[in-house]
Design a protein around this ligand. Structure first.
Ligand code: AMP
Length: 202
């Protein structure tokens, strides 16, 4: 099964993609993670886009994604988390693969701001916490599992959040109008949303 999860930042699409990819035995491809883990010559250029909350150029992200899709773990299918982000990317993807379903996870802008500004990440074991929602770390700013210091992503600061939301409304949402989409409420508890998605994609 080949799925796309679309939603504003902080909607929980990454969390759901992680859980559901395991349930279905398919790959979870987060373009944000792919980009953040890029090393070498391109790193500085990429960081200059990410840190301000801007999208990286379509050509570059398409190249990174098409390489990833060639890997063995994509043979059974995959969930795309963070791609496509605009109509051009959606058209490019159409040329590459046939997608079965597009799932939109919906939350309000206020909820996005609340969730993103409270998000803290562990850069060692990559667990994600939230000071305002959940899971809250037991000790402020320390990972419960590996005790590393938590950090706040550069693009989770207010100016970048504003920019990312603007881009979501202007560039990403038009994809939902153009393609047949299943919409899921992103406000209930994680387990409830997972059930809802699994029901809808059956
Ligand atoms: P995310 O973790 O999905 O919020 O992505 C973090 C950042 O990576 C975004 O703000 C963009 O700078 C970049 N990025 C991720 N996916 C894409 C994409 N499909 N197209 C362009 N830039 C992207």
């Amino acid at each position: 099964m080949k799925l796309i999860f679309i939603g504003p930042q902080g909607s929980g699409k990454g969390t759901q993609a992680k859980i559901i990819s395991k349930v279905l035995g398919i790959a979870h491809i987060s373009t944000g993670d792919l980009i953040r883990n890029t090393e070498g010559d391109l790193k500085e250029e990429i960081d200059s886009y990410i840190n301000k909350g801007n999208l990286i150029p379509d050509k570059l992200i398409l190249k990174i994604l098409s390489e990833r899709l060639k890997k063995e773990d994509c043979k059974n299918g995959f969930i795309l988390d963070g791609f496509p982000r605009n109509l051009k990317q959606a058209e490019d993807l159409n040329e590459l693969v046939k997608i079965d379903k597009i799932i939109e996870i919906k939350i309000s802008d206020e909820e996005t701001v609340k969730r993103l500004s409270g998000r803290r990440n562990c850069n060692k074991c990559e667990r994600i916490y939230n000071l305002k929602t959940s899971p809250k770390p037991k000790k402020d700013n320390m990972c419960d599992f590996c005790e590393s210091i938590l950090f706040q992503r550069e693009d989770d600061y207010p100016e970048a959040i504003k920019k990312r939301l603007e881009i979501y409304h202007k560039e990403t949402k038009p994809i939902l109008k153009k393609y047949n989409t299943i919409t899921i409420d992103g406000n209930p508890k994680i387990e409830k949303i997972t059930k809802e998605i699994l029901n809808k994609i059956k």
